[in-house]
Each structure stands twice: as C-alpha cells, then as structure tokens.
Design a protein around this ligand. Sequence first.
Ligand code: URA
Length: 219
Amino acid sequence: MATGPGSTAAQEREGALAASSELASACRACDLWERATQTVFGAGPAGASLMLIGEQPGDQEDRTGQPFVGPAGRVLDEALEAAGIARDRVYVTNAVKHFKWAPRGKRRIHQRPNRAEVLACRHWLDVEMSVLDRDAVLVALGATAGQALFGSTFRVGTARGKDLTFEDRPLVATLHPSAVLRAESDERARLFTDLVQDLQRARSIVRRSQAGPAAPPRD
Ligand code: URA
C-alpha cells in the first residue's frame, strides 16, 4: 500500500487500516486471543460511507480471518442487497475481534463477550472510526455493538428507529443478523424486514449527507 509523499489521502487511509490490522493481529489486551485462530479485523474500503459494527467473529470468520462470512454474514449480505447497498462499498467490523467460544463435542459454540472483553477491544474500534471518513454513518448490529459505544444500558429495542449520533456521526441501531437466523420461521421474515428497513434508513442518511445542505427555496 502506497504511503508517503505522492500517495493520495485514500491510499494513506488504506495504509493506516492495514497497519492497524497488523498491530491488532498481535493484540493481547484480553485473553480471547489464546483460543482464537487469529484476529479478525474490519474489512472494506477506508473511504466507505457506511461502517457496520457486529459483535465478534464466529467460527468461519475465525478460520478465514474475514468478518461476516458465515451464516450471519449471508443474512447480512441478503439484507444489504435488499436495501440496495453494495457490500464491497461498506466497511464491516466487529466490537470484539477474537472469536470467543466453548467446546461442545467437536463444535465450537459462540459465547457472548463480557464487558471487560468488549472494553479491551474498544481501542481497535476507535482506530477504525478515526481512519474512516468523519461523515461515515455507523450501523450498530445488535446489543454488543451498541453497548461497546454507548455503555451497558444500551438496548436495541429502545434504540431502533431513533436518530442517534456517536461522537457527531449519525448512528443507526438495528438487530444483529443472527437474531434473524435464531428466530422461529413465522418471526423470521418480520425481523429480516426490520433489518432491511434499518439499513435503508442508514443508506438514506448517507445520501442526504452526500447531497449537502438543501438549496434555499426560490421565491
Ligand atoms: N457475527 C458477528 O457479529 N460478526 C461476524 O463477523 C460474524 C458473526
């Protein structure tokens, strides 16, 4: 990645993300690294106008090193497509960057990160937000992402649909794609629609901010 004299601002930002990802690969701020295969840093263009924040990598993300590539990632992909958002134009990351799991037979079962683990990883989220565009719209996918930013009293149910900001950036709170996966079949379609509508709202906030201030009315 080109950095230094002659490189563009976009290249500088990509370089900053790559360097941060490299540093995060050696992170020992909590114990989760011990059982994880690797750190799963965020992925996507540094110039993205949308930043999606999930909880933590799952089994497949831990193996591949990429966020949201397993079953929850497929739900996210479908929801993004339904909302008219190209996944390769958004930055996707997680509040916690190591997979926390417990063995059950041959399977590795997801365990929710605790508050100390979320706080230990907050540094990397701050780094990612600082590198991305100041105008990037944030989307908190689920309670862990929201709590990483707003504290442990954050609830998706009360935050959904509200005009939130985090450090002056617009933020849309929505459910985690795995809530769609876990839902009973009669509930699944409704939750998927909720997720799509929230992503559409984030998309329209991006569009409004890119359109700039409204032209003054003509008399
Ligand atoms: N769930 C998440 O929160 N993040 C991932 O990357 C995958 C599943």
